[in-house]
Design a protein around this ligand. Sequence first.
Ligand code: AMP
Ligand code: MG
Length: 313
Amino acid sequence: MPTETVYGLACDAGNPEAVRKVFAAKGRPADNPLIVHIQDIAEWQPLVTEIPPLAMRLAERFWPGPLTIILPRSERIPSITAGGLDTVGVRFPAHPVAQAMIRAAGIPLAAPSGNRSGSPSPTTSAHMLADMDGRIPAIVEGGACICGVESTVIALDDGQTVRVLRPGFVTPEHLQTVAENVIVDSAVLAQVTADTVVRSPGMKYKHYAPNAAVTLVQGSAEEFLHFMADRQGEGICALVFDSDMPACEKAGLRAIPYGDTDEARAASVFAMLRQLDALGIRHVYIRAPRTDGVGLAVYNRLIRAAGYDIIHA
Ligand code: AMP
Ligand code: MG
């Protein structure tokens, strides 16, 4: 199923057997919950025990759109869909094809990102085919995804406080226009290991990784170029901002641009990570984005793709 964030692997959220098949197709760990997709705010209430006023204000402001809101689940959501948790993340996607599919199904659709577990999320139907050919019955063509990173996932700490568990296109700055307090969970920017208890289970798994080794490099364009000067050679490549390209070319550095704004980098980052393997790259050095606005979402995905190999140039 295409959505505005990434392609999802959709099934009946209330059918444990269907959900089991989605976990199997992805090779997804059983404790990593699926997000449930609706196409009308009115479909939310039956899925949760209660909708607090702050949650409703957030939904009214940001839905349809790339925001997932976690609340205690009702008995309509089976335990397997929730990864064994007593909560459920719900989202109302903005993509017209996703909306049409949920409407046609007549039921909420559970849909994790459509990649094999551990791979970069799919942002085109070609990525879906690469990961899922022979494993699922069909892929619905919806063109390239506009956001390119998965939804912002939030939980409510209390009636005034929003906790960002996974950053996305709905940024902390956006959330602050509705909620008094917005906290970015420490797992967003830090390394989380497999045995850590985290609020958002997806945070602890190695994610988004190509076969190539990935190093994330922080610093200015100048510092990055200087850092790369003695790191050139066979199978080595830099992933840089568009505006870095002239200097890279001048320095004879093999470089690929991944956008000049945070939004552009978000839209292309997973496709770029997939492309590296096709190009036979063995080690990629990525110029890190800033960590404000949508940049936080890109940075969060890149530190996981890099297995937390982060260097300051
Ligand atoms: P994906 O569907 O692949 O985008 O992954 C969804 C992510 O959302 C998971 O990896 C979790 O980290 C997070 N998530 C979904 N539902 C919940 C929930 N009920 N509680 C905490 N995190 C959730
Ligand atoms: Mg995913």
